[in-house]
Design a protein around this ligand. Structure first.
Ligand code: PCA
Length: 206
């Protein structure tokens, strides 16, 4: 199967991003029978979406799992809904700050994730990984790439499983920022995403 797995580079003054670390350290050998494409996307509203549009059209992947960091969330969040709205609370890494705009002008108001959200949720709970099904991926880049990927997959009638998973910050980030805030170890994040991808492969129709 063709699989796209993406994370994001650090943003908002952080030294790292759990999603980028998962991409760099992902156990690719466990998925060697698949064509697994891993990419760390720039936190740039234009460039991140351009990479996904081109890659989805060229590769026609069966599975697309997009990852990002949700600062201050204590558990892995499997996102259920992507909305057609951008309202960036901070500028992206290129200085762009989109306010009150559609992701796609004539697109539908929202899409549901096409990942097996409940299955992933149950499997992570069985592995004792704290997890939730989240009903909002925010109005920043994570929601934008989530919505855009579903839109581009839909345009080419792609039946891919496509969705977004937010990860908590890494312990190192919380310490560096001197915060009293939730975090999750890289090992637990990696196990979570490995289980999620295995669940998608098992679930893929046919
Ligand atoms: N999280 C941000 C964008 C990049 C990332 O890792 C978000 O939640 O939108």
């Amino acid at each position: 199967m063709n699989i796209i797995l993406t994370g994001f580079e650090p943003f908002n003054g952080s030294s790292t991003n759990p999603s980028a670390e998962v991409i760099k350290n992902f156990p690719v050998d466990s998925f060697s029978e698949h064509n697994l494409i891993r990419e760390i996307l720039p936190v740039d509203s234009v460039k991140a979406v351009a990479w996904l549009r081109e890659s989805i059209q060229a590769i026609r992947p069966e599975i697309i799992i997009l990852l990002g960091e949700a600062t201050n969330r204590p558990v892995v969040s499997i996102e259920k809904v992507a909305i057609n709205w951008m309202d960036f609370r901070i500028a992206d890494n290129s200085g762009g700050q989109v306010r009150d705009q559609s992701v796609v002008e004539d697109g539908p108001a929202a899409y549901f994730s096409t990942l097996p959200v409940n299955l992933i949720h149950n499997q992570l709970r069985a592995a004792h990984i704290p997890v939730e099904i989240s009903l909002s991926a925010g109005a920043y880049l994570c929601n934008q790439v989530f919505y855009s990927s579903l839109y581009y997959a839909d345009l080419i009638d792609n039946i891919s499983l496509c969705g977004f998973i937010h990860l908590p910050s890494l312990p190192k980030q919380v310490v560096e920022k001197n915060q009293i805030a939730p975090s999750m170890s890289l090992g637990t994040c990696m196990t979570a995403i490995t289980i999620a991808l295995q669940a998608c492969i098992q679930h893929f129709p046919g």
